[in-house]
Design a protein around this ligand. Structure first.
Ligand code: PLP
Ligand code: ZN
Length: 410
């Protein structure tokens, strides 16, 4: 049973069928999936969802697929960790980490979007999956595409972290390292997508891909005991994830699974790539592209496709945004590791550091319930920490050397 009615232009409202298209023919606005919420309301209940397998497909009525899920059966339903140590450190009462550094096969939230995109690509009959990636998407499409039996063309900026390149190559896709930044890669891929009949997950399959991000919001609400948090802090690259977290809470309210959905949405970016946060701070819906220069490579999109909609979601929800320096990002990674035992990638460092600022500035209240979306695992961006950590204690293999070292620690 499928409840997706079709696609709709976010600008002019023109409607389209369920097809592998992503822009409106009339106004070039982006297309978004629309659903029969009356039908969903009748079909779902807290109990029914609660009894299902612990993966992202437990919310399948809210996802734009027709048949059985075929990809990502082990993705999603990541832990919502009550962050008692971190909340004490930051001086707030109730803080949770939505921990997407674990559970997912490729250890980032991208397994959510790829699960939906590749299931849809199979339904459309594509034999080749492709993507333009800042790193995690490459890893995820390479892996899930292997399992799904798809040919894969993966495009990345050549300057990507070595560990992410290795993590993708092991699945033997066609990995194409482009001499340019993400925005160059994306531009090239849009041209390729026009010419070759491939399922570019974040280009022609984007309306379906993007819906996968809602599952992080659904999980947060369910794991909080079917309520929406007061605040959620979301790292932004294209801005898509942020808009979908908000959409998730609204949809749950629409079908009666939540009583209230008044969550304030906060955008987190690196100072070296902050087009969305700059728009929020300047209170303008015109997103000015930037040239990214940051260690947070997974967020390094200078010309964000969903920047305008992310800006709107933040403003309409009563939230705000902050951007942090590379030093603060490193400090954010270390803070999360030290307090909660969670090793996040640079995007997680951005989120923690931004949350800290927002709390200090009073945008996030000390008595409120706040969730931080920690979207990727630190094992994937270890380069960012090189030379910025304490050294191991080197000793000889004897007691004397060990106890000498102990003395030096005093
Ligand atoms: C892709 C990504 C994001 C944000 O993606 P959007 O393009 O804004 O949807 C956040 N964190 C990590 C680790 C990512 O890889
Ligand atoms: Zn339109």
């Amino acid at each position: 049973m499928s409840f997706v009615k079709g696609l709709k232009c976010r600008e002019c409202g023109r409607e389209y069928g369920v097809e592998p298209i992503y822009v409106c023919e009339f106004c070039f606005g982006p297309l978004e999936a629309v659903y029969d919420y009356q039908g969903i309301k009748k079909a779902v209940s807290k109990k029914k969802i609660g009894n299902r397998d612990e993966n992202l497909w437990r919310y399948r009525e809210f996802l734009p697929v027709d048949g059985e899920p075929r990809v990502g059966l082990h993705s999603g339903f990541t832990p919502l960790v009550k962050a008692e140590n971190l909340s004490r450190f930051l001086g707030v009462k109730e803080l949770y980490i939505k921990d997407d550094t674990v559970v997912h096969p490729t250890l980032s939230f991208k397994d959510r979007v790829v699960a939906v995109a590749l299931t849809k690509a199979k339904e459309f009959g594509f034999d080749t999956a492709a993507c333009a990636s800042t790193g995690n998407l490459a890893h995820s499409v390479s892996a899930h595409g292997a399992k799904a039996g798809l040919n894969r063309f993966i495009f990345i900026p050549a300057t990507l972290e070595e560990s992410k390149i290795v993590a993708s190559l092991v699945f033997e896709p066609n990995l194409i390292a482009v001499d340019g930044n993400y925005d160059d890669v994306n531009r090239l891929c849009s041209e390729i997508a026009n010419k070759y009949r491939w399922a570019f997950v974040n280009i022609n399959i984007r309306p379906y891909y993007a819906e996968g991000s809602k599952t992080i919001g659904f999980e947060i609400a369910e794991q909080l005991g079917w309520r929406a948090p007061d605040n959620v802090v979301v790292p932004c690259a294209s801005g898509s994830l942020l808009t979908k977290v908000w959409k998730a809470f609204k949809e749950f309210k629409e079908v009666g699974l939540l009583k209230e959905a008044d969550t304030r949405i906060f955008a987190a970016q690196a100072a070296g790539c902050n087009p969305i946060v700059t728009a929020i701070k300047n209170d303008t819906d015109v997103i000015r592209p930037v040239k990214p220069e940051t260690i947070a490579k997974s967020l390094a999109i200078g010309n964000p496709a969903d920047g305008f909609y992310a800006y709107r979601a933040v403003k309409d929800s009563g939230g705000y945004g902050e951007d942090v320096t590379d030093e603060e990002i490193i400090e954010g990674i270390k803070t999360l590791a030290r307090t909660e035992g969670i090793f996040a990638e640079t995007a997680g460092g951005v989120t923690v550091a931004v949350a800290r600022r927002l709390i200090e500035q009073g945008y996030i209240g000390k008595e409120e319930l706040t969730v931080l979306c920690i979207t990727g695992n630190g094992m994937k961006t270890q380069e960012a920490l090189q030379g910025r950590m304490t050294e191991p204690h080197y000793i000889k293999p004897n007691m004397e050397s060990f106890e000498e070292m102990l003395k030096r620690l005093e």
